[in-house]
Design a protein around this ligand. Sequence first.
Ligand SMILES: Nc1nc2c(ncn2[C@@H]2O[C@H](COP(=O)(O)OP(=O)(O)OP(=O)(O)O)[C@@H](O)[C@H]2O)c(=O)[nH]1
Ligand SMILES: [Mg+2]
Length: 399
Amino acid sequence: MGRLPWLAFFFERILRFTVRFDMRSHASWSDTAGAKSSVELVERIGLVGLPNAGKTSLFNALTGAEAAVAPHPFTTTESSVAVAPVPDVRLDALATMSSSKKVVRAGVEVVDIAGLVAGASSGEGLGNRFLAGIREVDALCLVLRSFDDPEVPGVTDALDALGTLEIELVLADLATLESQIDKRRKASRADKSLAAEVAALERAHEALQTGTPLYRSVLDAEDRELRRGMFLLTDKPVLVVVNLGEDQLEKADAVVAPLVDALTGHGEVLGACVQLEAEAARLDPAERAEMFEGFGLGEGALARVAAASYQLLGRRIFFTTGDKESRAWSFRHGASAPECAGVIHSDLQRGFIRAEVIHWDELLDAGSWAVAKSGGHIRLEGKDYHVLDGDVLEIRFNV
Ligand SMILES: Nc1nc2c(ncn2[C@@H]2O[C@H](COP(=O)(O)OP(=O)(O)OP(=O)(O)O)[C@@H](O)[C@H]2O)c(=O)[nH]1
Ligand SMILES: [Mg+2]
């Protein structure tokens, strides 16, 4: 697409406005079991893709928002932000077991932005200034279109789209680095403690200059930490969603395989028919389950996208459950029992005595906490215990 002067009008709007869809982040709603549900916000992902790749459709499917979707490029001109509650059958089962009045899910904040095109870094399409809207997300989700639809113009070769996006993201990062690196060099002459940071920035600059996104380069975690303040886009972990046509669902593995090859060791890849998922998101839970079953979609893409982004970010879930509420808590992989207690409340970490722990499926087998306890299935764990994904905790503390 050529440079269109009228698009300059949109620049301003993109920079000035961000639409927030708050329906699920603050409000609560009733789920299948009739319990009140709400969501605890934790991680943020930013959707990146070419125009008409299906970014907004995915955003709507994930968050239940109703942002505009249309078969022409650059439908999205303003960034949208909404929270996607992470579906979790383990939490549902615990809430049912405990007859919880309230269910609190883990959440992922999703940011939807305008479509990138080749040459965006030099002003093509809507340019690339809207990328500022995702500088501070924790992970990028690249939406690559594979579905074919004569009504919807645009690139349908997902591998080709990946190449275009990577170049534009690298160019955006180069521009950010180049605008900062001299200032940091000057500062480091006066303050020698900045030398390591400058060296890390120079190594990143070298990698980017060869056209390599930082998530593909072999720079280590320490370097990444030193560059954190630059908010470079390709320094973030990457999840790829290949947007499949309905007719591609049966051969999804084969369609997705070249992307898996291209990203092995550098990012997660999954296939989904975003349009079907977006339609499903508008149904009530029972109808949705029926539709997913009809298409052989299991729990649906939302659960998979959420699980993949948690995996990518090294996040894990533990649960608390009782008649008042059942809740999913997100924690960093490898965290100790007191650190997890601190996720609930700092007092619980400060006054931590011990954790009573049982894995969620063992608790379900027992049928209740009391039965599990009298049967000797609840373990007492101390400060050195590393909490596992799926553990149910009760913290004993004293402050
Ligand atoms: N056939 C088919 N159409 C889809 C699918 N996903 C999205 N679409 C359609 O493709 C068009 C573009 O979808 P959007 O979600 O607006 O795409 P976008 O990436 O947000 O586009 P921009 O905001 O313009 O960059 C819409 O008409 C969608 O209905 C799909 O899986 N199959
Ligand atoms: Mg859009």
